[in-house]
Design a protein around this ligand. Structure first.
Ligand code: SF4
Length: 251
């Protein structure tokens, strides 16, 4: 019932915008956002999308395609957020904190990502966050820290992320770090050359930026500012207003 109602609203807004009467006004950005929401007319509603994601999650929970990771993980880390999200963040793999909690980006890097999202005027519940790999890459016993996934591990797991993207159909995606880029686009590149530019993932605009853990290692204000500029480009692509305070913000 929601889509016919949305169509009526769209028609009414168009009429208002095109009429000579100036009593009511609708911004081009608002109209574009409503029009964009029509993209979802042919896909299941939000409850349907949540159910579809649930079915993929059920398969991931019991997945043993990488026997060594299935043995070493505490649990799989599927993804979190809005099944109807306009914006999707993609990282590389769970670390120790994520493996313990079963949720992506909850450690120190995750807290920084949350701050970035909130400074964008969004919340973790509004976007969707997932990784290329759903299991924590194993480490030799007693060795602290995390390791990046191997190309073989990414190739084995990427199908689940592709299913998540196809169900959610985000308007914009953000790849966090070189490993996420390699998992999504199949090629490893130099981050300083890749970031800050629009790329495309099957016709969905893809912004590449540094992984938050890189910013934790490299506290240079210049590098932090670059990530923030990438996020402002994302807000513009989403037709979201950017305040003066946001424009002057440094992470
Ligand atoms: S990393 Fe992915 S493919 Fe490998 S066992 Fe975990 S869920 Fe399965």
């Amino acid at each position: 019932m929601l889509q016919p109602a949305l169509s009526l609203v769209l028609e009414a807004l168009k009429e208002i915008r095109e009429s000579q009467e100036k009593t009511f006004r609708v911004s081009r950005a608002t109209l574009n956002r409503l029009l964009e929401s029509r993209r979802h007319q042919n896909v299941p509603d939000i409850a349907g999308r949540a159910a579809s994601l649930g079915r993929v999650r059920d398969r991931v929970c019991v997945c043993t395609k990488c026997p060594h990771l299935a043995r070493s993980r505490t649990q799989t880390v599927f993804g979190v957020g809005n099944p109807d999200a306009e914006l999707m963040f993609i990282g590389e793999a769970p670390g120790a904190d994520e493996d313990a909690r079963g949720e992506p980006f909850v450690g120190r890097a995750g807290q920084l990502l949350t701050r970035i999202i909130e400074t964008m005027g969004l919340s973790r519940d509004e976007v969707y966050i997932a990784n290329i790999l759903k299991c924590r890459p194993d480490m030799p016993k007693g060795t602290p820290g995390n390791r990046p996934p191997t190309p073989q591990e990414m190739q084995t797991c990427i199908g689940y992320l592709i299913e998540q993207i196809e169900i959610i159909q985000p308007r914009v995606m953000v790849a966090l770090g070189a490993t996420a880029v390699e998992g999504l686009l199949g090629a490893r590149g130099v981050m300083r050359e890749l970031r800050g530019k629009w790329h495309s993932y099957h016709d969905t605009p893809l912004m590449i930026t540094y992984h938050p853990s890189y910013l934790l290692r490299n506290q240079s204000p210049g590098e932090k500012r670059k990530v923030w500029e990438d996020m402002m480009a994302v807000l513009e692509e989403l037709d979201r207003p950017i305040s003066e305070r946001q424009r002057n913000y440094f992470l």
